[in-house]
Design a protein around this ligand. Structure first.
Ligand code: IPM
Ligand code: MG
Length: 364
């Protein structure tokens, strides 16, 4: 039987609560399909700062590299929010992404027809929304040097650096072209080429690569226009590929389409083996939600759907992944909702009940 070592990094806030439900679903997958997942646990983010004084220990990064996948909750919270602090919870997530070479962040945004009414956007605009946003994850302004602040006679100063190399741009664009090829064949490359040199290089490389992917229709859209189109005609997007910061912002925006951030999973992937799998980190796109942490009302579906992505992209267990996604659809179809997607008609359930419902459905 193949071994499936998985590192669990629950983090802070609602992270541990939703991860618990992800595990429940993994247990159900073990029973139904006869697998055995091996878990190791690690404190990351604020929890690690409290215990060890740093957000990500070398030991944790080593454990992550030894595993097939990392299942990550969320990090951060008001307790560690001091903008002057040199140690911050977010260093855990940035450090894992960089340390594991996870340069491609895949964020699928699908509007479940059952949840059309839950979005603040009109349902006719939302119908048929099914896109994947690919965000470059280990470069750009989040990692460029210099990054610092200082003070001089003119007061406080700070600098961040947006830098991209040809190699970084090419590999993420290829991820986009390949994915678009397996879907509806449309790739939207998002940049700010009217202002930024990094974007002009990005656009140039995208246009060059398009010659190799003639079956994919490539369009270039400026990030500000894209932000608008995501709300005015979201169903026209198939695959969007963009840099680190633009992707960070646009995916939060796109999550509104799905009715709640609590619905959206993500996968962060590095280099792939020939069978398409490789180490990855899987996490809901929502954060730690300190306002509802500890209340047991968080939506665990983004985490549960992240577990499905993990089975698909790191463990090559496609049937199992699809079974989880079907179970989630089934539970929603029966009318069960957590508070964030509650529509007034179905029954509102808490975090653990929602996890149990999905796990039970998988068992049958
Ligand atoms: C995300 C988050 C992170 C990011 C933060 C926590 C550093 O917003 O995954 O989108 O910006 O990448
Ligand atoms: Mg973000």
């Amino acid at each position: 039987m193949p071994a499936y070592p998985i590192l669990l990094a629950p983090g802070d806030g609602i992270g541990p609560e939703v991860l618990e439900e992800g595990l429940k679903v993994l247990n159900a997958v073990e029973r139904r399909f006869g697998h055995e997942f091996q878990y190791e646990n690690a404190l990351v983010g604020g929890a690690a700062i409290d215990e060890y004084g740093i957000a990500l220990r070398d030991d944790t990064l080593d454990a992550a590299s030894r595993s097939r996948a990392v299942l990550f909750g969320a990090v951060g919270g008001p307790k560690w929010d001091d903008p002057q602090a040199s140690v911050r919870p977010e260093q855990a997530i940035l450090g894992l992404r960089k340390g594991l070479g996870l340069f491609a962040n895949i964020r699928p945004v699908r509007v479940n027809p059952l949840l059309l009414a839950d979005s603040s956007i009109k349902s006719e605009v939302l119908e048929g929304v099914d896109m994947v946003v690919i965000r470059e994850l280990t470069g750009g302004i989040y990692f460029g040097k210099p990054q610092k602040r200082w003070e001089n006679t003119r007061g406080r100063q700070a600098v961040d650096t947006m830098r991209y190399s040809e190699r970084e741009i090419e590999r993420i664009l290829r991820t986009g072209f390949e994915l678009a090829r397996g879907r509806r064949g449309k790739l939207t490359s998002v940049d700010k080429a009217n202002v930024l040199d990094t974007s002009r290089l990005w656009r140039e490389i995208a246009t060059e690569l398009a010659a190799e992917y003639r079956d994919v229709e490539l369009e270039h859209v400026l990030v500000d226009a894209c932000a608008m189109h995501l709300i005015t005609h979201p169903a026209t997007f198939d695959v969007i590929v963009t840099g680190n910061m633009f992707g960070d912002i646009l995916t939060d925006e796109a999550s509104v389409l799905a009715g709640s951030m609590g619905m959206l999973p993500s996968a962060s992937l590095g280099r792939r083996r020939r069978n398409g799998t490789g180490i990855g980190m899987y996490e809901p796109i929502h954060g730690t939600a300190p306002d509802i942490a500890g209340q047991g009302i968080a939506n665990p579906l983004a985490m549960i759907l992240s577990v499905a992505l993990m089975l698909r992209h790191s463990l090559a267990l496609e049937e199992e992944a699809a079974a989880i996604e079907e179970a989630v659809d089934g539970v929603l179809a029966e009318g069960y909702r957590t508070a964030d997607i509650e529509s007034g008609s179905g029954s509102t359930v808490d975090t653990t009940r929602m996890g149990t419902l999905v796990a039970e459905r998988l068992a049958t």
